[in-house]
Write a protein that binds this ligand. Structure first.
Ligand SMILES: Cc1cc2nc3c(=O)[nH]c(=O)nc-3n(C[C@H](O)[C@H](O)[C@H](O)COP(=O)(O)OP(=O)(O)OC[C@H]3O[C@@H](n4cnc5c(N)ncnc54)[C@H](O)[C@@H]3O)c2cc1C
Length: 404
């Protein structure tokens, strides 16, 4: 049974992550929002500290070191790295989402490696920073439509990758890029595999860095793969094309990463709510938890409604992470958490800006920035609409071919 308290063993981690958010992230939040594409060098020291603590899996970033699902025969209830990572992320994103995404060696590619790499690969890529490159100009939500090809060269034992990848978070700064490519387009989604490409590979050419609405501390790169040669040992998972298993291998990563993105949204939502509650109190509006919302001021009633949405998003997120730790299939819950938390985050951030008026809109406080940062959390790792589609398929027992 799920226990809704923060597990005792993770209480220190939550405290440390909060301290980092408050003392490291918040003071430089504005600086790296204004100076887009500048590398937040303050994170280097922090990352080194984290590397020294439990392999970096405690107060890490989006790419947990240990979202791997292993069955160790233990039948008891577990709170493992999915839960600790999500709890850490919630606190760090209370500080700054863009800086969390910029944490060295904690990219979404690290999560993919942790989820599907074999033991030899895990060892070889340990300590590296890995970005994730799925999206292409003609393939966003429909990741099965990717056109980047991977052709096996028998003579050299290498795969040769050709194509274009866009919107790669940490693409410029990472050491590795996990690239999705197809071994044979005619075989559909089953032929899509992921390949670990060294950032220094001459065939992986940085095309540009994007300018964005929010999370400007995080770099977002576009690449051209031009006869990019990758050793066969860098293919993650099995090289066999199993049409019965379809997409399952690569999609498994999302079941681990969606609760993490939901956690980012939960942290940002709480930041907005806390600041708004303080500003409302300073303006003489107290939220009374013992009185019905309808008998309080309109601002207090709206605040209570937002807080209940926040709580629902938080609980769904914890449930999805908990299920991953306990080796329970969680695709449905991961999408529910991501959909609810992403939508709540955008909605709450904008309503807080409105409730706080000019203080919400101006640059003196961080609310206007948080409202800009919020939008991405309802977009990447699957948009709101895509999460709802996945949820509908799961509930109705329909395949992706039956419900598009
Ligand atoms: C800042 C940022 C960072 C990113 N980081 C990464 C990264 O690290 N790695 C990576 O691979 N990608 C990354 N992405 C890409 C992101 O995952 C995609 O933008 C996202 O999947 C949506 O794809 P798209 O932009 O092509 O939109 P589209 O797929 O073209 O969708 C456009 C609109 O149509 C809707 N839509 C599409 N299909 C359907 C449908 N079947 N039913 C209903 N509505 C639908 C969508 O919800 C959306 O509202 C990033 C994007 C951004 C903006």
């Amino acid at each position: 049974m799920i226990n809704l308290e923060i597990p005792k063993k993770f209480v220190p981690l939550v405290g440390q992550a909060h301290q980092v958010a408050e003392e490291v992230f918040r003071p430089i939040s504005r600086k790296y929002d204004a100076d887009e594409h500048a590398y937040p060098k303050e994170l280097d020291m922090l990352a080194a500290l984290i590397d020294g603590m439990n392999d970096g899996s405690d107060i890490g970033g989006a790419g947990a070191a240990g979202v791997r699902r292993t069955d160790n025969g233990d039948t008891g209830v577990r709170n493992g790295s999915n839960m600790s990572t999500v709890l850490g992320i919630i606190e760090l994103c209370w500080g700054d989402v863009g800086l969390l995404l910029s944490m060295p060696r904690q990219g979404l590619g690290n999560s993919a490696i942790a989820s599907v790499a074999n033991d030899e690969q895990l060892e070889r890529f340990r300590g590296k920073w890995a970005a994730m490159a799925i999206t292409e100009p003609e393939a966003g939500s429909d990741s099965a439509a990717i056109r980047t090809t991977a052709e096996y060269d028998e003579a050299t034992g290498e795969y040769v990758l050709n194509g274009e990848k866009i919107y790669v978070t940490s693409g410029e700064r990472a050491d590795l890029v996990v690239v999705w490519a197809t071994l044979d387009r005619s075989l559909g989604r089953a032929a899509i595999k992921s390949f670990v490409v060294e950032r220094s590979n001459p065939g992986l050419k940085l095309d540009r860095l994007e300018h964005k609405l929010g999370i400007r501390a995080s770099d977002t790169a576009a690449f051209i793969l031009d006869n990019c040669r990758v050793p066969r040992e860098n293919l993650l998972g099995s090289p066999e094309v199993d049409v019965r298993r379809g997409f399952a291998g690569v999609m498994q990563t999302f079941d681990n990463t969606r609760p993490l993105v939901a956690g980012m949204a939960v942290g940002l939502t709480r930041a907005c709510l806390e600041l708004t509650q303080r500003l409302l109190a300073e303006a003489g509006v107290e939220v009374d938890y013992d009185k019905p919302a309808a008998s309080q001021s309109a601002a207090a009633a709206e605040y209570l409604a937002m807080e209940s949405d926040y709580e629902a998003a938080r609980l769904l997120t914890l449930e999805a992470a908990w299920m991953a730790d306990n080796a329970k299939p969680n695709s449905l819950q991961a999408s529910m958490a991501k959909a609810k938390a992403g939508r709540t985050c955008v909605d709450v951030a904008l309503r807080c800006v409105r409730l706080c008026g000019s203080l919400g809109f101006g640059e003196e406080l961080l609310l206007e920035k948080w409202a800009r940062d919020a939008k991405i959390l309802d977009l990447f790792e699957g948009t709101q609409q895509i999460q709802l589609l996945i949820i509908a398929r799961q509930l109705l027992g329909k395949s992706s071919a039956e419900l598009k």
